[in-house]
Design a protein around this ligand. Structure first.
Ligand SMILES: *[C@@H]1O[C@H](CO)[C@@H](O)[C@H](O)[C@H]1NC(C)=O
Ligand SMILES: *[C@@H]1O[C@H](CO)[C@@H](O)[C@H](O)[C@H]1NC(C)=O
Ligand SMILES: *[C@@H]1O[C@H](CO)[C@@H](O)[C@H](O)[C@H]1NC(C)=O
Ligand SMILES: *[C@@H]1O[C@H](CO)[C@@H](O)[C@H](O)[C@H]1NC(C)=O
Ligand SMILES: *[C@@H]1O[C@H](CO)[C@@H](O)[C@H](O)[C@H]1NC(C)=O
Ligand SMILES: *[C@@H]1O[C@H](CO)[C@@H](O)[C@H](O)[C@H]1NC(C)=O
Length: 469
């Protein structure tokens, strides 16, 4: 008997059932009712007519079914009653050998009968991967799914179309809503904001559009909101700040505009913030972003935000990725990025209007493996050792900054690994690095032979400097 491992109550029932049968109380195993049995065949046949499902699985589908068809008890067995089983989960589309759901054929016709899914009143999970790729299938096919549904996961189904409002409003118990890589269009309906049990809403890569519903503050359990790569527009609604448990907010690659609402500082659990490639403008990078203190990833690239890079990094020490490409930044790069962000692995500041030097502290970023500074107006000595440069390899990009230079040894390893050389110069050995702290300049100008400053902890350099004054 296939029993859902994810629905613990079914498992509990199963165990009780085993106990009961061991004790010889109940004497027969319940079978799936004929309506659901027939409906499973019909779903399988419409997804893949090349497989003779009925002759491959002629018996009770709760005893012997293709992977992905999962039954469970909906009435507990007793001394006299074997209980009732129903279909709880249906997963289609071969994913991997670990997840060998019934494969969907290229000719899958979709579900001609809109009532088909009404025959599974206890369905908790519905999953389709790569099932609707040629024939258009309407999302409305799922509108009659019962209200027990907790997970609706539809991934890579380019010919699935329709709008959300017709389908999700009945699904009051939905925990996971994943519809990604489809032709689903229209707005997010108001009813979305009423799905109080929702923990994940991943609606990326569809043709959704319009503005976000005003009132989402009831989604207290929402942890993931991913609306990336659609055509959404308008402002981020202020009540987004009420999503106190949100961990991931991805609104990237849409047409959102306006300012970032200050209520976003209420997103205290947020770890990933991606607002890149929208039409946010002229708000700069707000200081209140520093209050989202759990942030690990912040992508704002491709918005004309302007302003300087704010000095907020002392409060955001867990950050590992910053994407600020092409956001119209001006001014200097604050050294606090290098001082505080010891977990930084990815930093993109390219295609801005940054000036001045690259802070000495950047040479200390031990985990950094991608740094893009190209097409700014940075100048002076790059504070990188040969080792640092060879670690980053082609992922160190500095071209398009005519006044930057690199020390000779680092330059040699740079030319070995990096074809994006641009016109990077070797620093004159006596040149005072513009970005360097005064202590470095002093230490070398008095002839004390220190290794290049970034290799020496700056406290030590400061000490040497004080000592020689
Ligand atoms: C798909 O349907 C077409 C026309 O009905 C048929 O010619 C083709 O052989 C079918 N392909 C598969 C893989 O079943
Ligand atoms: C998506 O929908 C549009 C319009 O509704 C249609 O023109 C297009 O062919 C559809 N794409 C796919 C892959 O079905
Ligand atoms: C669903 O949205 C579409 C357009 O987005 C609209 O035409 C239709 O009337 C809406 N249906 C319901 C039931 O609200
Ligand atoms: C949004 O929801 C809150 C709490 O449920 C309610 O107090 C408020 O009036 C709602 N606002 C709108 C505009 O519907
Ligand atoms: C850096 O990452 C490690 C490992 O993920 C984590 O334990 C540590 O707390 C992080 N440091 C900061 C300052 O957040
Ligand atoms: C780059 O900076 C220099 C000063 O360091 C300035 O003279 C020049 O105009 C700047 N160029 C651009 C394109 O901003």
């Amino acid at each position: 008997m296939a029993i859902s491992s994810s629905s613990s109550y079914a498992l509990t029932f199963f165990i009780s059932y085993l106990l009961i049968t061991q004790l010889g109380i109940a004497n027969s195993q319940p079978v799936l009712n004929s309506v659901e049995q027939e409906s499973v065949y019909r779903v399988l046949e419409s997804l893949n007519s090349d497989v003779p499902w009925r002759s491959l699985f002629p018996d009770d589908l709760c005893s012997s079914a293709p992977h992905g068809v999962v039954c469970g008890y909906t009435t507990m067995p007793t001394e006299t009653d074997p209980g009732t089983v129903n279909v709880l989960e249906l997963s289609f589309g071969y994913v991997s050998d670990h997840n060998p759901n019934p494969p969907c054929g290229p000719n899958s016709t979709g579900f001609l009968d809109p009532l088909l899914f009404a025959s599974f009143p206890y369905l908790q999970k519905l999953f389709f991967y790569n099932c609707f790729t040629q024939q258009p299938v309407s999302l409305q096919a799922f509108s009659r799914v019962g209200s027990f549904l907790e997970e609706l996961v539809i991934v890579e189904n380019p010919s699935l179309f329709g709008s959300l409002n017709e389908s999700i409003s009945n699904m009051k118990n939905l925990r996971r809503l994943v519809i990604t890589g489809t032709n689903v269009s229209g707005e997010i309906p108001y009813g979305f904001g009423l799905l109080e049990n929702l923990e994940e809403a991943t609606l990326s890569r569809n043709r959704l559009a319009g503005t976000l519903p005003e009132n989402m503050s009831k989604l207290k359990k929402l942890k993931i909101l991913d609306l990336s790569q659609n055509g959404f527009e308008g402002n981020i609604p202020a009540d987004i700040g009420g999503l106190q448990n949100l961990i991931k907010l991805d609104l990237g690659s849409n047409l959102f505009s306006g300012d970032f609402p200050a209520s976003m500082k209420g997103l205290k659990c947020l770890e990933l913030l991606d607002l890149s490639y929208n039409k946010f403008s002229n708000s700069g990078i707000p200081l209140f972003f520093s209050e989202m203190s759990k942030l690990k990833v912040m992508h704002l690239s491709g918005n004309e935000l302007g302003g300087a890079i704010p000095d907020i990094w002392g409060k955001l020490r867990g950050i590992s990725a910053i994407g600020f490409s092409g956001v119209g930044l001006v001014g200097n790069i604050p050294s606090s990025i290098g001082v505080f962000l010891s977990n930084l692995t990815y930093l993109a500041l390219d295609n801005n209007k940054l000036i001045g030097g690259v802070p000495l502290e950047f040479g200390r970023l031990k985990l950094l493996n991608e740094l893009n500074l190209k097409n700014n107006n940075l100048s002076g000595r790059l504070p990188f050792s040969a080792k640092f440069v060879s670690r980053l390899g082609g992922k160190l990009e500095v071209q398009g900054n005519p006044e930057l230079c690199l020390d000779k040894r680092a330059f040699m390893s740079f030319t070995k690994v990096n074809r994006n050389l641009g016109h990077l110069k070797v620093c004159h050995s006596v040149e005072n690095p513009k970005s360097a702290l005064p202590n470095i300049i002093s230490a070398s100008s008095i002839g004390y032979k220190v290794p290049i400053g970034y290799q020496v902890p700056s406290l030590l350099v400061t000490f040497l400097w004080l000592f020689f004054i």
